[in-house]
Write a protein of this length. Structure first.
Length: 119
């Protein structure tokens, strides 16, 4: 069974940067797509970015476009989220997700990593 483990969260000042990592372990890993979601306190989980496992183009929520970059290393079964120009409203628990059955069905999730941006 595939497991996803996120890392790289922490506390950063507004305007700063963080890089999140999501490493997949378990059986042969070849999802259709990987994505990052986030959930702020009192809010619903929202989409942040996604990338096809076979591609290189990232797709982003409007709120992070131009500031965040999703990338991957297929050989390491790892996906990254580079977050620049962070804002206090980016504060949330960030989750990595894998679509192992289809592009739009994220069926495998990590445990989440906290990102806190101070003003």
């Amino acid at each position: 069974q595939v497991q996803l483990v996120e890392s790289g969260g922490g506390l950063v000042q507004a305007g700063g940067s963080l890089r999140l990592s999501c490493a997949a372990s378990g059986r042969t890993f070849s999802p259709y797509s990987m994505a990052w979601f986030r959930q702020a306190p009192g809010k619903e989980r929202e989409f942040v970015a996604r990338i096809r496992w076979s591609g290189f183009i990232g797709y982003y929520a409007d709120s992070v476009k131009g500031r965040f970059t999703i990338s991957k290393d297929n050989a390491k079964n790892t996906v990254y989220l580079q977050m620049d120009s962070l804002k206090p409203e980016d504060t949330a628990v960030y989750y990595c997700a894998a679509g192992t059955r289809s592009l739009a069905d994220y069926d495998t999730w990590g445990q989440g990593t906290q990102v806190t941006v101070s003003s």
